[in-house]
Design a protein around this ligand. Structure first.
Ligand SMILES: [Zn+2]
Length: 336
């Protein structure tokens, strides 16, 4: 951990120096008059795109399919951050190196908005096995709760209206349309959850992305086994989980695409349950510029995976119109 911190500091200092060299003669004025907005993980970037559309210049700096919790921004990201009018981050310690870099390079009049910390209070933060209280970093995956995602959209709307009042009506109308989509998503999630036998509404996951989703829809998280330092669980922890799974008689346990887990695969085999390793937490389905590449599509995708594996009806999610309010996201500069 110490060496990780030291490497982070070195990278940070190096980036800061490089950045100073790169932008010393750079004007940070917007060539096309649009607000420059930078975001981190793709669910946030997509929520912002649903409000700002192509009337903002939007960059998402965390590539999809990488571990967002350990992501280190690149020198090119430092330049984007230094030019941004608005920087939206999740917070709850998800993107510490990106936040530090943003703070160090914020331009005059630029603003950093920490969405998670404007959405719930510290007494609502969830701490768990992967995000223990001693670490000081709560579980940051607020966006898997659609109402927290909607609150993110509301904060984004208000900031865009404040900084770019000429387009206020556009941002407000997009928020209203996004709100309607979230309500439809919520209805479909409730119906899909109801189709899963009550005894199966339990999640054992490797990466713990559903801490704020589960209580809203009546799932219980019976475990998340990825240790806080992204290592593998101990032999004792593995043995205890196998016993617990045999007792609970769950049909399936879950991993995510970004964090394939041989250990969870082994636990599944020994406990006689299937291991489904295709959940997503901050890696949107589809490619950028396609209809599937959206936050709502991410939620639809995950609910279908859960329902199919836990004995429910995944087709109940088909009613959701999962495209973006503002169309396909070709206009977004999404790191890949
Ligand atoms: Zn995560």
């Amino acid at each position: 951990m110490k060496s990780l911190l030291r490497n982070t500091l070195f990278a940070f200092v190096a980036l800061t120096l490089l950045l100073t060299a790169c932008i010393s003669n750079d004007t940070t004025e917007n060539v096309d008059g649009r607000l420059k907005v930078v975001s981190t993980v793709s669910p946030l970037t997509n929520i912002i795109y649903n409000i700002g559309g192509d009337r903002i210049s939007l960059s998402g700096i965390v590539p999809e399919g990488v571990n967002s919790h350990t992501f280190e921004p690149a020198p090119s990201d430092a330049i984007k951050l230094a030019q941004a009018d608005l920087i939206f981050i999740n917070g709850l310690n998800l993107e510490i190196p990106s936040l530090r870099l943003a703070e160090a390079n914020l331009k005059d009049g630029g603003e950093i908005v920490i969405l998670g910390e404007l959405t719930i209070n510290p007494d609502e933060y969830v701490y768990d096995f992967s995000f223990p209280k001693e670490s000081g970093s709560p579980n940051p995956h607020l966006w898997t709760n659609p109402f927290f995602a909607l609150r993110y959209a509301e904060i984004v709307r208000d900031k865009l209206v404040e900084k770019d009042p000429d387009n206020a009506a556009y941002y407000r109308a997009n928020y209203d349309a996004f709100n309607a989509k979230i309500m439809a998503l919520d209805e479909a999630i409730k119906a899909t959850t109801a189709s899963i036998p009550e005894a199966n509404r339990k999640l054992l996951t490797y990466h713990d992305s559903f801490a704020y989703f589960a209580p809203l829809y009546g799932f219980s998280i019976i475990g998340a086994i990825q240790p806080a330092d992204f290592s593998e669980p101990s032999a004792q922890e593995v043995a205890a989980l196998i016993v617990q799974l045999r007792d609970e008689q769950l049909p399936a346990i879950f991993g995510s695409e970004v964090f394939p887990s041989p250990v969870l695969d082994q636990i599944g085999r020994e406990a006689g349950v299937s291991y489904v390793d295709t959940l997503r937490d901050d890696d949107l389905p589809g490619e950028p510029g396609t209809a599937d590449h959206s936050y709502i599509s991410l939620m639809v995708y995950d609910l279908k995976i859960m329902a199919a594996a836990l004995g429910g009806d995944p087709t109940l999610m088909d009613s959701v119109d999962s495209g973006n309010v503002t169309g396909v996201d070709t206009a977004v500069d999404q790191a890949q």
